[in-house]
Design a protein around this ligand. Sequence first.
Ligand code: ISE
Length: 339
Amino acid sequence: MPPQRALGVAVVGTGKMGADHVRRLHDVISGAQVTAVVDIEAERAKTLADAIDGCTAYTDAAAAMAAHDVDAVLIASPGPAHEAALREALGRDLPVLCEKPLTPDSASALRVLEAEQRLGHRRIQVGFMRRYDPEYMKLKRLLDGGELGRALMVHHRHRNLAMPPWFTEEMLISDSVAHEVDATRWLLDQEITAVTVHKPAPSSYAPAGMRDPQFVLFETRSGALVDVEIFGHCGYGYQVHAEAVCERGTVRIGDEHGPRLSADGRWGGRITPDYVERFEDAYDREIQSWVDATRRGGTTGPSTWDGYAAAAVCEAGVLSQREGRRVEIDLIDRPSLYG
Ligand code: ISE
């Protein structure tokens, strides 16, 4: 593709995230154009495509990827549909931004990893957008800078206002804690070796059949301990905090996101209702950097390896959640393609 031409992007899956990425690519991102939207619900795809000049609606991802005006693919369909779409894109050597999870389990993630290795170069960026959040980026820089010494522990808090009705207890790990899995691996620059899920007495507002909140403990290769409070139905807003405890100091992010107001003898601020608003600028940065790297002919950001490692940790987490025991994680050796 000539670098001066806008990158023609097919967005596969137009639910909450996919529709937001269509808007973002169309209104915010430079150097890209949405040329295809794909959804198994034809009407939904058509409504989105009709609002964008030069955009075609499809119900089949493979048909969209074969179109002459599609240079790259953004996959935002549900996790179980990712493997087929990823393999199709790799078969066509198309660059991909794949929303998390890469795939729902480590066996399917490994198949994708192997397909990309057969291709011989990286084509996939996984949508772990917290790596693009300004506060997370500052935390990463501080940890990498070394002035605080080694990180000994990290405390994560991940609270959602409420989950959609189809959200299961397993998804607290595979869909939500998946972010802390990636953030931990990235921030500490090492793999997670074991996971244990604890369940306190549930909130009386937890949906039937779901123990909510839960407390997850990761052990890492260097012996750091990392905990995650995951609360699916906290009822008051969306909050994501992280605090790294290092040898010579602690760093905490996520407490305030927005103006602090003082009035009527009180101070306070607003809590964002969901991740689309809380991480809006992270998503913008993530998609812009994918478009820029792709137009330069390269690949950036979290890789298929990161997607595989996260899938393996989440799988172990779900097992721990089910069986109430500590579960160790056994990754394959990291292939040379992924540094
Ligand atoms: C959702 O799928 C996300 O990816 C959000 O970032 C996360 O906070 C939420 O818990 C998940 O359900």
